[in-house]
Design a protein around this ligand. Structure first.
Ligand code: AMP
Length: 420
């Protein structure tokens, strides 16, 4: 038997109903905030991720799926969404437009990680990228959008953990202080962190192994090293979040795993879930240097990404699971070949009018069809028999009240729609 690759999932049955439901809520909210849907390739040139996510990031160092195509191009399955969106924005010269661009995406990402609950090798993220504005109102909008999508999905007890890395000057000052602080503790850190100390010390704060060590917990805080401008900027973002009634906590340990962030960085968690990495449902931040870094103009950017798979896991734990269970509107029942021809026509008419309809396609007895209709939770049963059909009538049974009624065949669609 051929099995699926390690770290991937099949989405079927009730899970797929939840997926469709989440996609619909995401899409509705994105449109309400006036974000435009963008689709970029699942694979991109390897260089794109080295230059954006960063050579020293865990993702690029250990987790990318790299391959060469038959034309010997070095390609990578995308590990995240931002790089591709920014590449597209630059390549299509969308920066030439006078307004900001607000994109949303929803697609699969690939990271060669050690699979466990909430951590897959192929997973789906939806997210946004806003390009062209440095106004803190956009930081607040992006955070609020992420928050309200999760709230609209009935995920309770949400909290935004937020921090600021500041501008380049603040970051450099912080880096110096961090290096000075960490140097005497180097041999107490993991091997990766000792390496990170040489290449990118900030990354140590994000270490999955050393995260809870007292060394990291007592490390200097980025917000204490913000210059005046960066500090004012961060305070404004927090003020706007207060106005929007978003629950947040300033968390100095959040630096995020990707190289391109500056200023605002954030994660969103559901406090109902136990405190593990898997309760982080999404995160994001500002990246004011990235567009230029990728050969675009000196412009601004901010975005977030949420993990669909983790969100679905949360939804499966709450009652919502039951309310989105699949139910069909109508099941059309027949036995003879003559009745079947009527069924074909009625089923098509109902479907084309948006009524979710199923019929007998396994040559079942009436008893078998009643059972199937119950399993599908059909709201109405349309039972065809030759005698009534000759008179232009069909039997409609309300499957909840069990009441039956004869309806003119030419009025069946209106009748069902009127009663749904
Ligand atoms: P990141 O792109 O690492 O900032 O992650 C943003 C969100 O994507 C996380 O909060 C998770 O919800 C989700 N995510 C990241 N990596 C994985 C993974 N390997 N498997 C499932 N979800 C993931």
């Amino acid at each position: 038997m051929i099995t699926k690759p390690k770290g991937t999932v099949d989405i079927t049955g009730t899970d797929s109903i939840l997926w469709e439901y989440v996609n619909e809520v995401v899409s509705t909210m994105m449109h309400a905030y006036n974000y435009e849907y963008i689709r970029t390739p699942i694979f991109e040139s390897r260089e794109l991720f080295h230059r954006s996510v960063g050579d020293t990031s865990d993702i690029v160092k250990k987790e990318t799926y790299d391959f060469q195509d038959k034309g010997e191009r070095n390609l990578t399955l995308r590990p995240e969404g931002t790089a591709g969106v920014v590449r597209s924005f630059i390549e299509n010269k969308n920066y030439a437009l006078p307004d900001i661009k607000k994109y949303f995406y929803n697609g699969t990402m690939y990271r060669y990680e050690r699979p466990q609950k909430g951590r897959l090798r192929e997973f789906t993220q939806f997210g946004v990228e806003v390009l062209g504005s440095n106004d803190p109102i956009i930081d607040a909008e992006v955070i609020s959008l992420q928050y309200h999508i999760l709230e609209a999905l009935h995920i309770s007890n949400l909290q935004v953990n937020i921090n600021s890395l500041g501008d380049l000057e603040s970051r450099e000052n912080y880096k110096k202080a961090l290096v000075k602080y960490l140097e005497p503790h180097l041999d107490e850190l993991c091997e990766d962190c000792r390496e990170r100390f040489k290449t990118n010390p900030l990354r140590i704060l994000d270490c999955k192994v050393d995260k809870d060590s007292s060394i990291l917990k007592n490390a200097p805080k980025t917000i204490d090293y913000l210059n005046k401008e960066s500090k004012e900027r961060f305070d404004t973002v927090l003020k706007y979040l207060d106005y929007l009634d978003i629950d947040y906590e300033v968390d100095s340990q959040i630096v995020r795993g990707l190289d391109y962030y500056d200023h605002t960085v954030f994660e969103i968690v559901s406090l109902d879930k136990e405190e593990t990495k898997a309760n982080v449902l999404g995160g994001g931040g500002r990246y004011n240097k990235l567009i230029k870094e990728l050969d675009g103009p000196d412009s601004y950017g901010i975005g977030f990404a949420c993990g669909m798979d983790r969100i679905i896991d949360v939804l499966k734990e709450i009652d919502l699971y039951k309310t989105v269970e699949k139910q069909i509107d109508c099941f059309v029942m027949y036995v003879s070949e003559e009745e079947k021809l009527y069924a074909l026509d009625i089923v098509q008419n109902l479907r084309l009018n948006g009524v979710v309809t199923e019929t007998n396609s396994l040559n079942k007895s009436l008893k078998g069809q009643f059972s199937e209709a119950d399993r599908l939770k059909a709201k109405y049963l349309i039972i065809l028999n030759n005698e009534d059909l000759q008179k232009g009538l069909v039997n409609v049974k309300d499957n909840a009240t069990k009441e039956e009624e004869k309806v003119d065949i030419s009025e069946i669609v209106e009748y069902i729609i009127g009663n749904l």
